[in-house]
Design a protein around this ligand. Structure first.
Ligand code: K7E
Ligand code: CUA
Length: 652
């Protein structure tokens, strides 16, 4: 037997050709499957081309070797975020945000229940979210690896995830909107997190018939103030801006030259509101009549001053700059954008804004310098029906790029190139920012939505890798019934020609946008220290349990069980209560060793906690049925893991 590693060790990049040639010289035995004696036989047996092998060598990550980048991908209607390693495309973990998730114990203990409860709008328990646009916190326009913000389109909420422990810490919302889409996007130093509404509703949750759409429905741009020291959004320091009832879409914050500004797309400037069965055009056709919609240009820095000066009203608990004030103070301008635009992306130098028109074949490149000059000269082409000044379109743009059918979203590399997803054509188009010409297209399988490149929306994009986040996978994977996974395709963008490297099915939700960050920017903890820490506050939980101080105590408010977990037992391991007792369980994992996580589940009580090393959890439940209920550790933590169990004994 010829040892395989002889070829694999040398086979990288240009060395591959040599390795292959060498392999070809070896005597041909009759190889089958992975028993093949040499590389070429293996390729033959598995029907692989030289390009396939090259792609494999660019992504294969041996055991123990870590990925160079992390992707934080929105989880769509799973309500989660997926963390994926690049270039291996291995799923590293999910982060529960808007949806209870038992593995993480999220939504099954008091600490995480409190976070989910923050997102219960009007007291209504919401157990899912539609995550579209995650945003990493930035310092000076670069990812700093500290926080991740996550928007929920379905219920107009924004969540904060701490990247120290990859866990959700806060959910906020404003009653000014009921759905969002232009969220979340951060300003270059994460002063504000932008969230803009998608489907206009009457401000503050009031009732108004859809026939009163133009008079009473409104869009909103929300600027959530981030308190970095606290690691939380400060709702009381946040403010909103009223917008006309166009359907605001994606947003992006200006940077460098355009720092202080925000850009938001819109469609449906026709103000169509549906009503197919009431003799009105459907939204689909009603919203697609005009050749131009409006790019919203917002001076958020000035708006923050206006809000600080108190020129706001408070509606449904949120300070809002009314539309008239926004116009009078010079905070809001429109520019035409063709046609039914979707993505808006500021270039790495902050000088230009790229807009993709879903029903157009172009990307339009706006010049911030020109926009600023037009605003200063008050050179308007007119006003919209609400009085918002419209800047002349031709004078605002540098030009257009003929991209193809259905350009959506754009990312950037370190060599002055832009990459635009082209939905209808199912390709990724690489084009030159300098001369606005398409350089190359690579097919995507299929219907590409967002793209993500390494640092692709920062002031210092890395190039290297790009992932095409495709909506349909069709024939790419082994069939799994009518509901198919999405398809993430990893593309090498450093090669002279773009090369497809890997297809990764996502069978848990529909990702939209993602962020790709260099792994060395992240410094996650391995344990909560000291043991007894509340994972949400980061402080010692007042009810934490020290070894030797365990016990069961009947108090006025119920039975308090103070329990510890350590390999491989719970103390106490028999909990005796009476039927009808309210039980307050306080449980500390005493471990500090990496990966020494214990779980805690009680049969038929819908409880499953995840106790990572050092974590403390509290959970209240009513012992409402008499009987004997086993509890056990749900993480295979040691050789005696099965013995890590006990009984909840509920006397009749
Ligand atoms: Cu899916 Cu950014 Cu919500 Cu486009 S959006 S694809
Ligand atoms: Cu602890 Cu299994």
């Amino acid at each position: 037997m010829k040892p395989m590693h002889k070829y694999l060790v040398v086979a990288s990049g240009a060395a591959l050709a040599i390795a292959l040639a060498f392999a070809a010289c070896q005597p041909q035995s009759a190889p089958q499957g992975t028993n093949a004696a040499n590389l070429q036989d293996l390729m033959k047996a598995r029907n692989l081309t030289e390009e396939n092998v090259q792609a494999a060598l660019k992504t294969y990550t041996p055991t123990g070797v870590k990925d160079e980048y992390y992707i934080f991908a929105s989880g769509g209607h799973s309500g989660q975020v997926f963390v994926i390693g690049v270039p291996s495309m291995r799923l590293l973990r999910s982060i529960a945000v808007y949806t209870p998730e038992p593995w993480q114990g999220y939504g099954y203990g008091d600490q995480s229940n409190k976070i989910l409860e923050q997102g219960n709008r009007d007291g209504k328990s919401l157990t899912w979210g539609d995550v579209h646009h995650p945003a990493l916190s930035e310092t000076g326009g670069d990812y700093d690896g500290q926080y991740l913000f996550v928007g929920d389109k379905a219920n107009a909420r924004v969540a904060v995830v701490d990247l120290k422990d990859f866990a959700a810490k806060q959910i906020v919302y404003t009653n000014l909107m009921r759905s969002d889409h232009g969220g979340t996007f951060v300003t270059p130093n994460t002063d504000y997190i932008i969230e803009s509404s998608q489907y206009p509703v009457p401000l503050g949750g009031a009732y108004a018939d859809p026939t009163k759409y133009q008079e009473q429905y409104r869009g909103v741009a929300m600027f959530w103030k981030f308190d970095r020291a606290a690691g939380r959004i400060a709702p009381e320091e946040s403010f909103a801006m009223e917008l006309p009832p166009y359907m605001q879409d994606l947003a992006d914050a200006g940077k460098l030259d355009s720092d202080g500004y925000a850009f938001i797309n819109s469609f449906n400037t026709e103000m169509s509101h549906g009503g197919i069965s009431e003799g009105q055009p459907s939204l689909e056709s009603g919203a697609s009549q005009n050749d131009m919609d409006y790019l919203h240009v917002i001076n958020w820095k000035k708006a923050a001053e206006v809000a600080k000066a108190g020129k706001t009203e408070t509606i449904a608990g949120t300070r809002i700059i009314r539309l008239k004030t926004a116009i009078d103070e010079g905070l809001l301008y429109f520019i035409g954008e063709p046609k039914s635009p979707h993505g808006v992306d500021v270039t790495p130098d902050g000088k230009e804004i790229v807009v993709g028109g879903k029903l157009d074949t172009h990307c339009t490149v706006y010049s911030f310098e020109k926009i600023k000059a037009l605003i200063e000269q008050k050179k308007y082409a007119g006003n919209d029906p609400f009085g918002v000044p419209i800047l002349p379109y031709q004078d605002s743009i540098r030009g257009q790029v003929e991209i193809g059918l259905g350009p959506l979203h754009t990312q950037f590399d370190d060599k002055g190139n832009a990459y635009t997803s082209v939905f209808i054509e199912s390709v990724v188009a690489k084009w030159s920012l300098k001369d606005l010409k398409v350089i190359e297209k690579i097919p995507a399988q299929y219907n590409v939505g967002h793209l993500v490149a390494a640092g692709g929306d920062t002031v210092h994009p890395h190039g290297k890798y790009l992932v095409s986040m495709n909506k349909w996978s069709l024939d790419r994977f082994a069939p799994v019934g009518p509901l198919l996974p999405q398809n993430f395709q990893l593309i090498d963008i450093d090669a002279p020609k773009m090369q497809l490297l890997y297809d990764m099915p996502i069978g848990i939700g529909e990702p939209h946008y993602a962020q790709m960050i260099a792994a060395d920017k992240l410094h996650p903890i391995t344990a909560y220290t000291p043991a007894g820490t509340d994972a949400v506050t980061g402080k010692m939980d007042p009810d934490h349990v020290v070894g030797g101080k365990e016990g069961i105590e009947r108090r006025a408010d119920g039975v308090h069980v103070s329990m510890t977990a350590i390999r491989s037992h719970f103390t106490p391991d028999i909990i005796r209560v009476k039927r009808g007792d309210l039980v307050h369980l306080h449980l500390t994992n005493q471990e500090q060793a990496q990966d020494a996580t214990h779980g805690f589940a009680i049969s038929e009580y819908n409880i499953n906690l995840s106790l990572e090393p050092g974590k403390h959890e509290n959970v209240d439940f009513k012992a409402d049925r008499a009987g004997v209920f086993p509890f056990y550790c749900t993480e295979f933590c040691s050789a005696l893991h099965l013995e890590m169990a006990g009984y909840l004994v509920v006397e009749p």
